[in-house]
Design a protein around this ligand. Structure first.
Ligand code: 6MZ
Length: 359
């Protein structure tokens, strides 16, 4: 299969961080602008943005820089629109986009206004049809309009987008609870769940347990970054919490592996991210092969397509080559991801229909 095949195939993205998925060109433009205003020195950050090989430590330093560049309302709206349009352009039909609500007093930004700016970005998507469950639109009418476009020969792409709000491991329990409450309020605007992420060497995941339990009790879906570093006590604790999905699952020792496999928790696999950050030594050594052989539920994801210069199509191409999988297997892998999405039944049904048509 050539690259074009992976691009044209419908795909589902379940692990993409908003600020990790920003185009380099946008970051450079924003950095130039802040450079001209004397807020940063452009020549100091240009090579940081364009650098390709990064350790896990460097990745989190880069996020601190990206957040300086992106955290005002208009920029959050702009990057959301661009990220969705980029995924749609490579035929991602369902995107579960995650982002950490941020407070920035200098910009008059609260966690709520941050999320509102993200939603404004979804509203602003115009290159494709988008369904992000906005509270003020009747969804059946929306579906009908899109069908109408299709039957009138307007071959516009369509993407379903749902949001996860992330808790950063640097936060306090109070801040995490604020994020969960915000997610509950924003459910009508397509927020479907909570993610725990951030530098895995910072903080203790148990700090957030109460917030995660509260999220689950209130019907939000939960995914955790688990096993990006070899902290076996944390990995066991996370698995025992039984999240509905986990991200990465790289550094699990045998008993945790066995636990994960017997619990059948779906894994969000991020090949390029794991290799670039040296979490896994090479693609051949990646646990994808083991999980695939066992038919363990899993899905290919980009993690941070901007930071790691990748795309979901590229991740499919890498997996197909490394693990010797054909077109049929790759299509099935993409289709299986629909079952692990946190979208409502209506969307799951529509996506399954879409895959049936494309087969
Ligand atoms: C853990 C990660 C991550 O939320 O500002 N993030 N957390 N492991 C990773 N693997 C490399 N990649 C990204 O997007 C950026 C934030 O997502 C989390 C980090 O907290 C990062 O600051 P948002 O949109």
């Amino acid at each position: 299969m050539d690259m074009e095949c992976y691009v044209s195939m419908p795909k589902v993205e379940l692990h993409a961080h908003l600020n990790g998925s920003v185009r380099d060109s946008t970051l450079l433009e924003l950095a130039k602008d802040l450079g001209e205003k004397g807020i940063i020195v452009f020549s100091d950050v240009e090579h940081v943005i364009l650098k390709n090989d990064r350790s896990l430590v460097e990745v989190f330093k880069l996020f601190d820089l990206i957040h300086i560049l992106t955290t005002d309302h208009n920029t959050v709206t702009r990057i959301t629109k661009e990220v969705v349009e980029d995924f749609a352009a490579e035929n991602v039909v369902y995107l579960e986009l995650r982002t950490t609500p941020k407070r920035n007093e200098l910009k008059g930004m609260t966690k709520r206004s941050y999320v509102e700016a993200v939603i404004e970005g979804l509203r602003g998507v115009c290159a494709v049809d988008i369904d992000f469950a906005p509270a003020d639109i009747e969804l059946e009418k929306w579906d009908a309009t899109c069908m109408n476009n299709a039957s009138n020969g307007l071959t516009r792409k369509k993407i379903y987008v749902r949001l996860l709000l992330s808790i950063d491991r640097r936060e306090t329990l109070e801040a995490a609870l604020e994020t969960v409450k915000l997610a509950l309020e924003m459910r009508g605007n397509g927020v479907v769940g909570i993610d725990l992420s951030g530098n895995p060497r910072v903080g203790d995941w148990k700090t957030f347990l109460l917030a995660l339990v509260f999220a689950r009790e209130q019907g939000l879906r939960v995914t955790l970054h688990c096993g990006e570093v070899p902290n076996q006590e944390e990995i066991h604790g996370m698995l025992d919490f039984h999240p509905e999905r986990i991200g990465h699952a790289c550094c699990l020792e045998e008993d945790a592996w066995n636990k994960l496999k017997s619990m059948k928790i779906p894994v969000e696999i991020c090949l390029t991210s794991n290799i670039r950050t040296n979490t896994i030594s090479s693609v051949d050594a990646h646990h994808f092969a083991d999980l695939y052989k066992l038919k363990h539920p899993m899905t290919l994801c980009t993690d941070d397509s901007g930071v790691f210069s990748t795309s979901l199509s590229k991740e499919y191409a890498i997996a197909a080559t490394a693990f010797n999988l054909g077109k049929k297997e790759m299509f099935q892998l993409a289709r299986n991801a629909v079952d692990f999405s946190f979208a409502e039944e209506r969307v799951v049904k529509q996506l399954k229909k879409l895959f049936d048509i494309a087969e």
